[in-house]
Ligand binder design. Structure first.
Ligand SMILES: *Cc1c(COP(=O)(O)O)cnc(C)c1O
Length: 396
């Protein structure tokens, strides 16, 4: 019966067993570290299937399991495992497939900490080699494959420059070469993109972004086949110990109820803001896959059914004083890292890069000094546009 319901209905009710907790309309938080048993036999039996029995909260906890069941459902996966952060989920997914000396192919603009994990940490600890591709041409992936290639790790759209990879073409290529695929689907969310149905082995998310959506949780999730997620649970989850807290899982379950409706509003607002920005003479370029003028718009339309609220644009100036003045003039957009919450945020990549690189080298990276990243929240799009308009008028 539940199989036939729409996603909004499922997020409201799926995996909730109200009879088990006095009919409470909102499930309680199972804020306990361990579970007790009646007898030697009972705990002995529980250990026979410890992934599916509640014994200790570094394993299974009902609050965490409820949220996982909902996430697996929206993503079309057999099973999901929540982690204490997006990076715990990313590292668990990679470690699940990797052996020392393996080779990974990923995209040049991969999320920074995921890049550090591959190219610094795993290189040093496990001799993992990583090859970076632009990701827009399938031939590049093909050319990067060698006999040690174990994983193709995608991030589409990428959270840095929103470039897309053709997911179906990549999974076809990977299958033919006995290579696993992982995708970071944080930008699109399962509401707008379903990578598992396109043949990806593991889908990862930072739940700190849209799945949490209220800027009150740091968490991550891995979704995939029963076999992979069970192995990840007994290995990376239980042994490395990056566990999910019951309260945070409960907050995510709260968030999932509104995920479908929130994503539609993020999309509606972001498309309006992107169109506004595109028409401004003081804006050189807008990067947003939902714009018809976006270079990969057709591919986006083929593999996504909507667009979230993170985008960037370039001010038509390289004068750092003017760029800072625009940035500091915004009133509704708050200055901060992260994205995907109810509130609109602004950040400039130059703030991070200029700490590590001389200005000349930063300019050579293809990201302009006046590149501004905004996360479009759930406020009124009219108010957001007014705020951008008044800040743009400050640039003279
Ligand atoms: C934020 C983010 C992560 C990491 O998630 P945390 O919850 O911060 O650990 C991974 N991938 C992308 C694309 C992100 O934006």
């Amino acid at each position: 019966m539940q199989e036939e319901l729409d996603i909004e209905t499922l997020m409201a009710h799926y995996a909730e067993d109200r009879a088990a907790y006095h009919g409470a309309v909102v499930p309680p938080i199972f804020q306990n570290s361990l579970f007790t048993f009646d007898s030697w036999e009972a705990i002995d039996k529980a250990f026979d299937d410890r992934v599916n029995n509640c014994i200790y909260s570094r394993g299974k906890n009902p609050s965490v399991s409820m949220a996982e069941a909902k996430i697996a459902k929206i993503a079309g996966g057999e099973r999901a495992k929540l982690f204490g952060s997006g990076m715990a989920a990313v590292s668990a997914a990679l470690l699940h497939f990797l052996q020392p000396g393996d080779h990974v192919i990923t995209i040049k603009n991969i999320y920074g900490p995921s890049n550090n994990l591959l190219n610094v940490y795993l290189r040093r600890k496990m001799n993992i080699e990583t090859t970076y591709v632009d990701g827009t041409q399938i031939a590049e992936f093909e050319a990067a494959i060698n006999e040690k290639t174990k994983i193709i790790y995608l991030e589409s759209p990428s959270s840095a420059i929103f470039s897309l990879q053709d997911i179906q073409a990549v999974t076809r290529l990977a299958r033919a070469n006995d290579i696993h695929t992982i995708i970071d689907n944080t930008w699109a969310t399962p509401i707008f993109q379903q990578p598992l149905a396109m043949g990806v082995d593991l889908e990862v998310h930072s739940c700190s972004k849209y799945l949490g959506g209220h800027s009150d949780v740091v968490a991550g999730v891995v979704i995939g086949k029963e076999k992979d997620i069970t192995e990840i649970t007994v290995n990376e989850y239980e042994i490395l110990g990056g566990k999910m807290a019951p309260f945070e899982a409960w907050l995510i379950m709260r968030s999932l109820r509104t995920l479908p409706i929130r994503m539609l509003k993020h999309q509606e607002n972001a498309i309006k803001v992107a169109h506004f920005l595109e028409a401004q003479p003081k804006v050189r370029k807008v990067r947003y896959p939902g714009l018809e003028t976006y270079p990969q718009y057709e591919l986006g339309k083929k593999q996504m059914c909507g667009y979230s609220g993170l985008l960037s644009f370039e001010l038509d100036t390289d004068d750092l004083t003017k760029i800072k003045h625009f940035f500091n003039s915004l009133k509704i957009f708050q200055i901060g890292v992260s994205w995907g919450g109810h509130e609109s945020l602004v950040y400039a990549p130059a703030i991070s890069y200029l700490k590590e690189l001389p200005e000349e080298q930063f300019r050579g990276m293809g990201i302009s000094l006046g590149s501004i990243r905004i996360s479009i929240g759930l406020e009124s799009s009219d108010d957001l546009i007014c705020d951008l308009k008044q800040a743009l008028s400050q640039i003279t």
